[in-house]
Design a protein around this ligand. Sequence first.
Ligand code: TYD
Length: 203
Amino acid sequence: MKRGLFITFEGADGCGKTTQLMLLAKGLKAKGYDVIVTREPGAKGLGEKIREILLNYDGEVSSKCETFLFLADRAQHMDVIVRPAVEKGKIVLCDRHTDSTVAYQGYGRGIDIERINALNNIATGGDKPDLTFVFDIDADTSMQRVGSEKDRMESAGVEFFNRVRHGYLEIAHNEPQRVKVIDASKSIEEIHKDVVNLFRQVI
Ligand code: TYD
């Protein structure tokens, strides 16, 4: 059976990637493709429990513990959901993946990037996305879009946001073949067109 595709959607909080993921999924399904929509952290089952701790635990969480929880979720997600689906020929669209850990725990929290790369590699078994979109926005736009109801990660502040944003741009700079940056300050329709054009070019 022909291998499917693994495509990830990345960016700082409030960048609109989930809306774009859903639009691409709808378009591909309408064309008859077999599409699966999933996310990290917490797609389903055990992952949902890990997500609950990561986003809502209100006591102290060390950066290392946070990193390992994201990685634990990723290992489970890859083994149980993503890899089997790609092997069956499906197109898997995933909201956040390895680059989130590099951007948030690496650039954002200051954990060594080489170590994160090595740990990501263990969690994924070395599988990489075929294509990654990074939706880029500035801190002001993000704050407006996220609003006042923030989860634990969204409450980390503007400096943290800017480190994460810079991290994503560095990742794209280092892996231009896989990672495509999209200006996410535009309208939903314009961004969708950019996504579709890049999808066609790359895949
Ligand atoms: P979520 O509600 O899924 O937010 P979003 O819609 O922005 O994706 O929350 C996920 C949060 O977890 C988000 O703030 C980014 C963060 N995160 C990390 O810090 N590291 C990671 O490896 C992943 C996957 C997510």
